[in-house]
Design a protein around this ligand. Structure first.
Ligand code: AMP
Ligand code: ZN
Length: 137
């Protein structure tokens, strides 16, 4: 399989490795959004949140909880975002499930997500459509 993260995990391609355990690889993003931008990557290949095993999600989340504050402290950051993109429309460029830890700095110039006003009707419509989908197993 021609997956860059699988190659990194197999150590065929170098990376700035921060932490490794039996099921996870944690390394610096090669094109950091901010200083200390880190990727938490399950060793077992999956494409996105649809096919990743539940135990891998739990393990990644626990690692993010443990490592996030330490990365923030090491980088003297003021906060951090956790991100995870699914499908190219959402910005996924590497099709191997991964989580981003992005340290944030006061005045780092990054725009936070922009909320938009909407109507009660539009919210109700979305509520109905999602609830209908939630009933499907
Ligand atoms: P995403 O857009 O969520 O798929 O994120 C993929 C991330 O992987 C991007 O932030 C890239 O900069 C990063 N990336 C791609 N190739 C490498 C690599 N060889 N080493 C480290 N990070 C990489
Ligand atoms: Zn892979």
């Amino acid at each position: 399989m021609n997956c860059i993260f699988c190659k990194i995990i197999k150590k065929e391609i170098p990376c700035n490795l921060l932490y490794e355990d039996e099921s996870c690889f944690v390394f610096l993003d090669i094109k950091p959004i901010t200083k200390g931008h880190t990727l938490v990557v399950p060793k077992k290949h999956s494409e996105n949140l649809l096919d990743i095993e539940e135990k891998d999600v739990l393990h990644c989340m626990n690692l993010i909880k443990k490592l996030g504050p330490k990365i923030m402290k090491a980088m003297k950051a003021d906060g951090f975002n956790v991100g995870q993109n699914n499908f190219s429309a959402a910005g996924q460029t590497v099709m191997h499930t991964h989580f981003h830890i992005i340290p944030r700095y006061k005045n780092d110039g990054l725009k936070n997500w922009q909320n938009k006003d909407t109507s009660a009707d539009a919210l109700l419509q979305a509520e109905k459509e999602i609830k209908k989908a939630l009933r499907v197993p």
